[in-house]
Design a protein around this ligand. Sequence first.
Ligand code: ZN
Length: 77
Amino acid sequence: MTATTLTPRPVVPMTLADRCDRCGAQAFIRAVFTSGELTFCGHHGRELLAPLTRAAIVIEDATDLINAQPSPSANSD
Ligand SMILES: [Zn+2]
C-alpha cells in the first residue's frame, strides 16, 4: 500500500470552475487517483478525508483559501 501525500497547495490551482463532486459548491480539496481525480468543497472534503487518504495518491488541500477573497455576491444588494 502506498502512502497518500497531503499537499497544502494544489499543483494545478483550483478555480471557480472546479466544483464539488457531491454538492456542486466551489471545490477546495482535490483527491488524485490512478484513474482520475475527484474534487470536493471544504465540507465534503473533510467529511470524506479518512476514506480519501486510504485510496488517493495525493490529496491537495486549498481550504485555507476559503474566504481569502470576498465573494462577488457579498456586497450585492
Ligand atoms: Zn460539497
